[in-house]
Design a binder for this molecule. Sequence first.
Ligand code: CUA
Length: 305
Amino acid sequence: MLSQASEYAASVDHLLAALAIFSVFICLAVSGMILYLSIRFRSGSPATRGRVPKLLGREIEVVWTAITAFAFLFLFWWALTGWLSAERLPAGALEVHVQAKQWMWKTRQPNGVREINALHVPMDQPIVLYLNSQDVIHSFYVPALRIKQDVVPGRTETLTFTANQSGAFDLYCAEYCGTSHSRMRGQVIVMAPDAYTRWLDSRPRGETLIDIGKALFTAAGCAGCHASRSSVHAPELTGLYGRRIALADGRLVTADDAYLRDSILLPRRDIVAGFEPVMPDFSQSLDDGEVSALVAYIRSLGDDK
Ligand code: CUA
């Protein structure tokens, strides 16, 4: 049997087993009825063929409709709560950046340690993956963790998991992405926390995505207007991430990853209330990795005022 490397994996399996049992039960009940009725009412059988007693007919209808409606709503609620719990990003999680490209997975630990087709994570610690694609649509799929997320170019996708079992688990690309799609695979290596720390210390430390974003912030010219001492009237970025902001057209949006990314690439679309649409378009001058680094940097400005 496929290993369950997280509590979430176990909960997905319980739901799947319940759905399978439910489906088999319905399938047997319906085919059993078909078989029984076609024998009982076969041509020439002595079964009574009069009208169904009226009261009984309606009661059966009401009870049957109520039971199936309840069962349907229960299954819907069960699946929805499981899915929503998987969508919620836990606080204090380890942030790992994953870049997909034809045909490999490049990962970057919070301290900048980089790997290709491998991802080391500590056990029992919530992990949040920020996923980007450099070219086409890929799909990050780890069956043992029951997680799968399409990685779409031009977007930052998130995925969270907490592994509760150490070991090496297969990572696949689950979206056909070109000639070597089938070779675009790697491993998620779950380690005990102290072993993970030792592993991390043994690796050459690279630049973190935040460092890259911070350097780009000046190099690409963002700091010219968005730095706190700037004379140009541009929105303050410190403490922006995750906040609700009012736009010039009256809409309220949350400054999440997608919003920050769009603001860099499509600066004329969502103008913050009280500001002029003067920001230049960076969609030609920054590549996807650079946008992710800038977004990571702005996210890191968090709300440390
Ligand atoms: Cu990447 Cu398939």
